[in-house]
Design a protein around this ligand. Structure first.
Ligand code: ADP
Ligand code: BG6
Length: 528
C-alpha cells in the first residue's frame, strides 16, 4: 500500500509538481513576455520620439537656402540702421588688418566663454614674422561669470600683471615703446573707438549685471592701474575679429572670421560705403570689419523644436541668441539631454525613476555628447561609459544606446548645417558665393513683420570674387569631427561648383595673436 501510495503520491505529486512547474513556467513565461512587450513598447515610444525630433530638425537643401538668403537679407538690414535686424552688425573701427610689417613686443588678453588666455608675442616684421610667443590659459572661475564687474576685471588684470612680471629675456620692448595690449572680449560690444566700447549684453554663461553698459576697456584699465601697472589697451576686439586678423596676417584671401566654440559668431570685411548706419568718416581703406553677432540671428526658416523652446526659456538670456543656442558648444549637449529626458519620462529608456541628474540643465556637456557620437564600438561601450559616469545609468541595451547616438547625430547635424548656411549667407552678401552678378532677395512677410517697415526687396550687391578663406576657430569646430564634416559637406552642397573657391581653415587660437597684431597696427608708438 505504502508503496502504491508513495508511487501514486509521488506520481500525483509529480503531476502536481509538474502542474505547479508548468504553472510557474507559464507564469515566468508570461512575466518574460510581458517584460519583452513592455520593453518593445518602450522602444517603440522612444523611436517615435526620435523620429518626431528628427523630422523637426530636418534641414533639406531647400530649407538651408532659405536660411542663406535670410542671413544675407538680415545682414543688409542690420547695416542700414541700428535695430534694423536681430543681427547687430557692429562696426569694429578696424579698417585695416595686419599685413606682416608689424614689429615689437605686444600683449593680448582673451576672455572667451570658457577660457581666459594671456599672451605675449615678439613680432619681427615681414622677415621675422612671429619671432616668439608665449601664452597661459586659465579656466574662468564660474563664480566670476555671475559676480561683479570689478571682480571680473580684477581677475583679468591680476592674471595679466602676473604674466607680464614673468616676461623673461627673450622678449624686449623697442626703445621708447610701452607695453600695449590687444583685448579680445568675446561678447557683444558697441565700439566707440578701436580701443573702447560698451558692453551691450552678456551671453553664454555670463551675467555680470553691473558691467552691462560699461566701457570694458576702461574697466580693465582701472583693474591694471589698481595693481600699480601702466599698460595701454591699443585695441578692443571681438574674438571673431581677432581670428580674422590672425588669419589675414598670413593670407590675404581671408575675408571672414568665424568662431564655433562655447558660443558662436562671425565677422567679415565689408565695404565701408555699405555700412549706411556708419556716421564716421569713410576709412582710407574703404573697408570696415563688421562683428555680426550672428548668434542672435533669427528666421522663420530655422527648424525650431520643443527642445529649443524649453532650453531658451530656461537660459540666462531668454528670447535672444536663438541661432547660437541651436549650433554652439555650450548648448548642443543640452539639446541632446532634453530629448533623452522626454524618452526617459515617456518611454522609461533608463528605467524608473528618471535619473535625477538627467533633469539638470547642462549636465550633458558637448564634449561628452561628442564622445558618444563618435563611439564606433559594436556594443557602443563608450556610450555606456558616459551614461554611467555622468548619470549613473547602467544596463542599457545596445538598442537604447543606438537611440542615444541617433539623438546626438540629429542635434549635431542640424547645428553643423545651419552654421554652413550662415557662412554661405555671408559669402552671398559679399558676392563671393559664385552666384549671379547682381540681384535682389525678396524678404518674406514674416521677416518683414518683425522688421520695422523695410522694403520687401533688398538690393544685394554681388561681385564675383576670387578665392575666399574663412578663418575658423573654436573648440567645437576643432574637436567635434562629425560636426566639422557635416558643416563642410553642407557648404559644398550649398555652393556646388563655387565651393572650390571657398576654403575654411582652422586658425587655432588666432584670436589671441590677432588681438596682439591689431594692438601693433593700432599702437601709440609705431616701430618702423
Ligand atoms: N571634444 C570636444 N567635442 C566637442 N566640443 C568640444 C570639445 N572640446 C571642447 N568643445 C567645445 O568647445 C568649447 C570651448 O571652446 P574654446 O574656443 O576652446 O573656448 P571659448 O569658447 O572659451 O573661446 C567648449 O565649451 C565645448 O562646447
Ligand atoms: O569664443 P566664444 O566664447 O565661444 O565666443 C563666441 C561668441 O559667443 C557669443 O555668445 C558672443 O556674443 C560673441 O561675441 C562671441 O564671439
Amino acid at each position: 500500500m505504502a508503496d502504491a501510495f508513495k508511487a501514486r503520491y509521488s506520481s500525483g505529486a509529480q503531476i502536481r509538481t509538474g502542474k505547479i512547474r508548468s504553472a510557474a513556467a507559464c507564469a515566468a513565461a508570461a512575466v518574460i513576455v510581458s517584460r519583452r512587450l513592455k520593453v518593445r513598447s518602450q522602444k517603440c515610444t522612444a523611436r517615435k520620439i526620435l523620429l518626431e525630433f528628427q523630422e523637426a530638425c530636418y534641414t533639406p537643401l531647400a530649407r538651408l537656402r532659405q536660411v542663406v538668403d535670410a542671413m544675407a537679407v538680415e545682414m543688409h538690414a542690420g547695416l542700414v540702421s541700428e535695430g534694423g535686424s536681430k543681427l547687430k552688425m557692429l562696426p569694429t573701427y578696424i579698417d585695416r588688418l595686419p599685413d606682416g610689417h608689424e614689429r615689437g613686443l605686444y600683449y593680448a588678453v582673451d576672455l572667451g566663454g570658457t577660457n581666459f588666455r594671456v599672451l605675449r608675442v615678439q613680432l619681427g616684421g615681414l622677415e621675422g614674422r612671429v619671432i616668439k610667443q608665449e601664452y597661459e590659459e586659465v579656466a574662468i572661475p564660474p563664480e566670476l561669470m555671475l559676480g561683479t564687474s570689478e571682480q571680473l576685471f580684477d581677475f583679468i588684470a591680476k592674471e595679466l600683471v602676473s604674466f607680464v612680471a614673468r616676461e623673461g629675456q627673450d622678449f624686449r620692448l623697442h626703445a621708447g615703446q610701452n607695453r600695449e595690449i590687444g583685448f579680445t572680449f568675446s561678447f557683444p560690444v558697441k565700439q566707440t573707438a578701436v580701443n573702447s566700447g560698451t558692453l551691450l549684453q552678456w551671453t553664454k554663461g555670463f551675467k555680470v549685471n553691473d558691467a552691462v553698459g560699461e566701457d570694458v576697456v576702461a574697466a580693465l584699465q582701472r583693474g591694471i592701474e589698481r595693481r600699480g601697472y601702466k599698460m595701454r589697451i591699443a585695441a578692443l576686439v571681438n574674438d571673431t575679429v581677432g581670428t580674422l586678423a590672425g588669419g589675414r596676417y598670413w593670407n590675404n584671401d581671408v575675408m571672414i572670421g568665424v568662431i564655433l566654440g562655447t558660443g558662436t559668431n562671425a565677422c567679415y570685411v565689408e565695404r565701408a560705403e555699405a555700412v549706411s548706419k556708419w556716421a564716421g568718416d569713410i576709412p582710407k581703406s574703404g573697408e570696415m570689419v563688421i562683428n555680426m553677432e550672428w548668434g542672435n540671428f533669427w528666421s522663420s526658416h530655422l527648424p525650431r523644436t520643443y527642445v529649443d523652446e524649453s532650453l531658451d526659456n530656461e537660459s540666462l538670456n531668454p528670447g535672444e541668441y536663438g541661432f547660437e543656442k541651436m549650433i554652439s558648444g555650450m548648448y548642443l549637449g543640452d539639446c541632446v539631454r532634453r530629448v533623452l529626458v522626454r524618452m526617459a519620462q515617456e518611454a522609461c529608456i533608463f528605467g524608473t525613476p528618471v535619473p535625477h541628474k538627467l533633469l539638470e540643465a547642462f549636465s550633458l556637456m558637448t564634449p561628452d555628447m561628442s564622445k558618444m557620437h563618435h563611439d564606433d564600438s559594436s556594443d557602443l561601450k563608450v556610450v555606456a561609459e558616459v551614461l554611467k559616469r555622468v548619470y549613473g545609468i547602467q544596463n542599457t541595451t545596445v538598442g537604447i544606446r543606438k537611440i542615444v547616438v541617433a539623438v546626438c547625430d540629429t542635434v549635431c547635424q542640424r547645428g553643423a548645417r545651419l552654421a554652413a548656411a550662415g557662412i554661405v549667407g555671408i559669402l552671398k552678401k559679399i558676392g563671393r558665393d559664385g552666384s549671379a552678378a547682381n540681384g535682389v532677395i525678396k524678404r518674406n512677410t514674416f521677416e518683414q513683420s518683425d522688421m520695422n517697415g523695410f522694403h520687401d526687396e533688398v538690393p544685394v550687391h554681388y561681385t564675383s570674387g576670387g578665392r575666399t578663406v574663412v578663418a575658423m576657430d573654436g573648440g567645437l569646430y576643432e574637436h567635434y569631427t562629425k560636426f566639422r564634416n557635416y558643416m563642410q559637406e553642407a557648404v559644398v552642397e550649398l555652393l556646388g561648383e563655387g565651393s572650390k573657391n571657398v576654403v575654411i581653415e582652422l586658425s587655432k587660437d588666432g584670436s589671441g595673436i590677432g588681438a596682439a597684431l591689431l594692438a601693433a597696427s593700432h599702437a601709440e608708438y609705431v616701430i618702423s
